[in-house]
Design a binder for this molecule. Structure first.
Ligand SMILES: [Zn+2]
Length: 255
């Protein structure tokens, strides 16, 4: 996920306090969203800008896909080494290692212990500068794939949006279906928000098992859900009010 965590200035919508999850849960717009069909089996590629994006935005779907026998590959665009840029408690290299381990544990929780992981090693926060290279790296993974999933191009996070654009371009070239999952949308948008193309959105309903697996997977990202230390720059990236958005019984995707 990765976000700035200065809580005092709100130049960036991700720094402002987010929309309360209770407002999302009370939203009547859910029922208007059509259900997205997931492939039954076949190869599925899931791109993530940072380790945890794929679990927060698409983890329930990953669990359903794994249960249906899909052959899953996660493309790690960055290693998420920049989640706490000013923290002294952990070096970027150590953070990258830690997050890679957390991802592996999370995929086990989702029932996808054998998912392949392709690391692209793009510098964290710099995906937009490497967008074409990301699209080129995705290309050989796509022929014959049933689906490519990636962060949403409207997520108001540069790395997420660039990963989504690269995925959409690579999928179009390969003639592969592409679904884009939001991560930060639930923070900065409000129910029915006119900035969101709801008319294009589809929902993936998560039965109790998939929802439970997703909750267990999200809990594996301790480097993001717990403070690294007492200093403000060591604060949790995913405090409980953010995690709550990702523990619902539904996920949303855009084409
Ligand atoms: Zn991210």
């Amino acid at each position: 996920m990765n976000a700035p965590h200065t809580r005092t200035r709100y130049a960036d919508p991700l720094q402002a306090p987010g929309t309360e999850e209770r407002l999302w849960r009370a939203w009547r717009g859910w029922t208007a969203l059509p259900e997205a069909r997931l492939p039954r089996g076949g190869r599925v590629v899931v791109a993530a800008a940072h380790p945890d994006d794929e679990v927060l935005g698409f983890g329930g779907a990953i669990s359903l896909l794994a249960g249906a026998g899909s052959d899953l590959t996660v493309v790690a665009v960055t290693d998420g080494e920049g989640s706490h840029p000013a923290a002294r408690a952990v070096t970027p290299a150590a953070m990258a290692r830690r997050r890679a381990e957390e991802r592996r544990a999370a995929l086990r929780e989702l029932g996808a212990p054998d998912a392949g992981i392709v690391r692209l090693g793009v510098p964290d926060t710099r995906v937009a500068r490497h967008e074409r290279a990301v699209a080129r790296a995705l290309a050989p993974l796509l022929p014959g794939a049933a689906l490519l999933a990636a962060p949403w191009t409207g997520d108001v996070h540069s790395d997420h949006e660039a990963t989504g654009r690269a995925a959409r371009a690579a999928a179009a070239r390969a003639g592969v279906r592409c679904l884009l999952y939001p991560v930060w949308l639930w923070h900065w948008a409000r129910p029915g928000d006119p900035r969101v193309p709801w008319e294009e959105a589809a929902r993936i309903d998560l039965p109790p098992e998939a929802r439970g697996r997703k909750a267990a997977a999200v809990a594996r990202f301790v480097s993001q859900t717990e403070p690294l230390g007492p200093a403000p720059e060591e604060a949790a990236i995913l405090p409980p009010e953010e995690i709550a958005h990702h523990l619902r019984d539904v996920e949303v995707v855009f084409p």
